[in-house]
Design a protein around this ligand. Structure first.
Ligand SMILES: *Cc1c(COP(=O)(O)O)cnc(C)c1O
Length: 443
């Protein structure tokens, strides 16, 4: 929406301090805002019934998010600070810096309220719904992380909230279901199909199509039809706006490399957005390599979630992007040790930036991620989410290819994953893992 933005003439040339203070003027930060197109990716592949909702939301995004109408962005920033706890620190990781013989900095999104980056987006969208005059929020959730962030934001802003969640996931994620209910949300079980995230998204879209007058759908990542991918990126971009300034403050210059894990890719684009135009800064998107990158076409299963690395172009949930699909174009079941990365697609903007050679995709398998989980816990005193742990698996395997100053986004904390970590650790022989033999029968 260039007409509501300052001109970009200075941003295209400058790479000085003033530029660092105004990352929102940078052209890479504006990609896709007009039409949601990222090369061949993105778009609005939705049924006719959803078009009015999409158009109304696009208009609201332009006015409130891009145009700061009624001071929307000011209120968003203030609530992110007071309710969310922003800014999050950029912390030098002393032991990892020593281990890898380069400066390693951690962007601590695990310290955001709720324990992950997800609140940046949930709070932005729920607040936008209020500005739009909506009286009800719906959202989908897989493992429950986006559902809990949305329920939290809805309670904070006093608006009724319903979460759609697959029946199988409800039974696997009891603490998150309890969290949502504690915050006053209703949790609607979805029994269709396999009862997981994919069906929950479809069910939420169905609800939204018939209730659009009073309801907003809070999507959980940089996926879905335009304007969701750009809007979610713009809400998450606060991560890199802070990290860019903090890097200059702490290290005196920009990082050489920026690393983030990628499921749908919202923490990823949030961490990359402010650096996209700094050609000298290498951007690494770390995907879940699962148990192997080999695909079992017969069974319709990809034992990984590496859609950037191995995916093919197709349409899912309203956008064209890279997907895990078989040769007939059927979406395959994905797998990862971390539920938050376990998705067959990825945001269209990331797919585009990978094709352009601007973002390097890397797959890190379950074993390396679990080792990363233990390494960060034992060396730095930070227990990361299993999603985040993939970024530390990447660091261990690829640090020799990186420059002198590396920023890694710690997308979330690992408290939610302790049961899974115990179970997965028990199956493996990991150097850094604690000795738990005092429990009879192991851990
Ligand atoms: C949900 C989640 C992710 C993956 O989502 P993106 O949209 O890819 O960022 C990564 N890390 C954590 C901690 C999460 O909760």
């Amino acid at each position: 929406m260039s007409e509501t933005e300052p001109t970009t003439s200075e941003a295209t040339s400058a790479r000085d301090g003033a530029d660092a203070a105004t990352p929102s003027r940078r052209p890479g930060r504006e990609r896709g805002r007009d039409d949601g197109k990222f090369g061949p990716y993105g778009g609005q592949y939705v049924p006719e019934a959803l078009m009015p909702a999409i158009e109304e939301l696009t208009d609201a995004y332009r006015r409130y998010v891009l145009g700061n109408e009624d001071g929307f962005m000011d209120e968003f920033r203030e609530r992110l600070a007071d309710f969310g706890g922003r800014p999050t620190p950029l912390q030098r990781a002393d032991r990892l810096s020593e281990r890898y013989d380069r400066e390693v900095y951690l962007k601590r999104e695990d310290l955001l309220h709720g324990g992950a980056h997800k609140l940046n987006n949930a709070l932005g969208q729920v607040l936008l719904a209020k500005y739009m005059g909506k009286e009800r929020i719906v959202a989908e959730t897989g493992a429950g992380q986006h559902g809990t962030a949305t329920a939290m934001a809805a309670a904070h802003l006093d608006i009724p909230c319903e979460i759609y969640m697959g029946e199988r996931d409800i039974n696997r994620q009891r603490p998150n279901v309890f969290r949502m209910k504690l915050n006053g949300a209703e949790v609607n079980p979805v029994t269709a199909g396999r009862g997981t995230l994919k069906e929950a998204i479809s069910e939420t879209m169905r609800d939204w199509a018939t209730t659009v007058e009073n309801t907003h759908y809070v999507i959980g990542s940089i996926v879905g039809p335009h304007p969701f991918p750009v809007m979610v990126r713009d809400f998450q971009a606060v991560i890199s706006e802070e990290a860019r300034e903090q890097s200059i403050e702490k290290a005196g210059e920009l990082p050489t490399d920026v690393v983030a894990c990628a499921g749908g890719g919202s923490n990823t684009m949030g961490t990359f957005a402010g650096f996209v135009d700094d050609e000298a800064v290498a951007l690494h998107a770390v995907e879940a390599g699962g148990s192997t990158l080999e695909v079992d076409e017969e069974a319709g299963v990809a034992p990984n979630s590496a859609s950037l690395y191995t995916g093919e172009e197709g349409v899912l949930h309203g956008a064209r992007t890279k997907l895990l699909q078989d040769s007939d174009g059927q979406i395959m079941e994905s797998h990862s040790i971390s539920s938050g990365l376990d998705y067959a697609g990825v945001g269209p903007e990331l797919a585009y930036l990978v094709d352009e050679g601007r973002v390097s995709p890397v797959a890190v398998d379950d074993d390396a991620a679990l080792e990363g989980f233990h390494r960060l816990s034992s060396t730095e005193g930070i227990i990361p989410a299993l999603e985040t742990a993939h970024a530390f698996g990447f660091l261990e395997e690829h640090h020799e290819e990186l420059g002198d100053r590396v920023v890694v986004n710690v997308s979330g904390r690992g408290d939610k994953d302790l049961d899974a970590a115990i179970e997965e650790t028990d199956k493996r022989d990991i150097d850094e893992a604690p000795d738990m033999s005092m429990f009879t029968g192991g851990i």
